[in-house]
Design a protein around this ligand. Sequence first.
Ligand SMILES: CC(C)(COP(=O)(O)OP(=O)(O)OC[C@H]1O[C@@H](n2cnc3c(N)ncnc32)[C@H](O)[C@@H]1OP(=O)(O)O)[C@@H](O)C(=O)NCCC(=O)NCCS
Length: 187
Amino acid sequence: MTVGKTTSGNSTSWLCDVQIRWMIRRDMPEVLEIEHKSFEYAWSEEDFLNCLRQRNCIGMVAEHSERIVGYMVYELLKDQLHILNFATAPWARRQGVGTRLMDKLVGKLAMQRRQEITFEVRETNLPAQLFFKSRGCHAVEVLRGHYADTDEDAYQMAYSPFGADTISLDRAKKNRLADWDDDRAAA
Ligand SMILES: CC(C)(COP(=O)(O)OP(=O)(O)OC[C@H]1O[C@@H](n2cnc3c(N)ncnc32)[C@H](O)[C@@H]1OP(=O)(O)O)[C@@H](O)C(=O)NCCC(=O)NCCS
C-alpha cells in the first residue's frame, strides 16, 4: 500500500483513493487507535458509542485501501454543524485527509438551514488551529477553563461560507477583550 505523498510530492493520486463514509461499529478499533495516538485525553469506546446513539450525532470516517485514515464526529444543531471530534491518523497527516473531511462537512451547509460549522480547539493545540485556519475557519471566542480535565482554555472557532454576518453577535462580542473592557468598566 502506498502511504503518504507520491514520489512526485503530489498527494492528489493518494487522496483520490480516500473514501468518506459513515462510521460503523466495526470501525471502532481503528478509530480508537487513532484517537489514543492523537489525544492525551482521548475518548473511550463508550464515549463514541454514547455520542453516536444520539439522533443528531453523526460519525464519518476517511478510508484508504480498507484502512481508516481519519474520522470526525459532529452534531446537527438547529442552525449549525458542531464538530465534537476530528482526527487524522498520525502516519497519514499532511496528505489532505483532514481537508477532505472538512470539505465533506462544508458540503452539508446550506444558506437556508445550517449556515456554519463550529467547534472548540484547545489553546495549546497549535497544529489543529493552523489546520482549521488553513480551511478558512477563524476564532470567535475564548472559552475560559473549558476543559474539565486540565481547566485549559479553548478557542471557539467557526467557518461559514456565507460570510461573517451569520456568526451570532452575542458570541462574537464575548471574547478576552470584551472581558477586559468589562473588568475596566467595573474597576
Ligand atoms: C489537525 C489534523 C486533523 C489535520 O489533519 P491533516 O489530515 O494532517 O490535515 P491536511 O493534510 O488536510 O492539512 C491541510 C493544511 O492544514 C495545515 N496544517 C495541517 N497540519 C498542520 C501542522 N501540524 N502544522 C501547520 N499547519 C498544518 C497546512 O496548511 C496543511 O496544508 P499543507 O500540508 O499543504 O501545508 C491532524 O493534525 C490531527 O489529527 N491532529 C490531532 C487531533 C486534533 O488535534 N484534532 C483536532 C481537534 S480540535
